[in-house]
Design a binder for this molecule. Structure first.
Ligand code: FES
Length: 109
């Protein structure tokens, strides 16, 4: 008997990375809604994009966190999302110039 491909009803979606974009007050003032929208316009296979609550890093936003990589980006603008998508999410290389120096001091710039 030939093995059969799983039906769409039984297939599970494998999420390898999760991108969380803070949508709380301070980050929204700095453009977080546009950042979330920009990620949603550039979907990547096996990457989940979601808005979330405050990371406690207000004033440094918009804050974007990529898991399980434990990579934090700060001050992300909508027109910079393409760099994160292409370099980090598709090629596994965090964008050093955009890393949050508080958590990535050795890698920043
Ligand atoms: S509002 Fe975004 S980190 Fe606090």
């Amino acid at each position: 008997m030939e093995p059969t491909a799983p039906s769409s009803a039984t297939e599970s979606i494998v999420v390898s990375r999760c991108v969380q974009i803070c949508q709380s007050k301070s980050c929204r003032k700095l453009g977080a809604a546009g950042v979330l929208a920009a990620f949603q316009l550039q979907p990547v296979v096996n990457v989940e994009v979601t808005g979330c609550g405050c990371f406690g890093q207000c004033g440094n936003g918009p804050i974007v966190v990529v898991s399980p990589d434990q990579v934090w980006y700060c001050g992300v603008q909508a027109d910079e999302v393409g760099s994160i998508v292409d370099r980090h999410l598709k090629n596994g290389q965090p964008v050093k110039a955009m890393l949050y120096p508080k958590f990535h001091p050795a890698l920043h710039r």
